[in-house]
Unconditional design. Sequence first.
Length: 91
Amino acid sequence: MRCLRRTIKIGSVRERAYRGPCRTAQELEGFFAPIRKADGQTSRRFMTLCRISTRYKRNALGYLDQFFKLIDRPSDVKVAFLEHCLKKGLM
């Protein structure tokens, strides 16, 4: 098993760190478009789940909302996905 050359320090499980292969902004947009379409539907479905506290639902939806906002801002996409991608992949 080979070691990764660049490490990213993560202080919490709620911090995001993309460690996938490098893609262009245009390629990423192809992934983000269907995710954006599902945004409202995902939130509505999540809120109907039973046996999950309202507080947990709000926290989880806040976390998801941060992601939806991130993929709508090109400068954030650049930092989150383009600057920390793996040049050669994991395998």
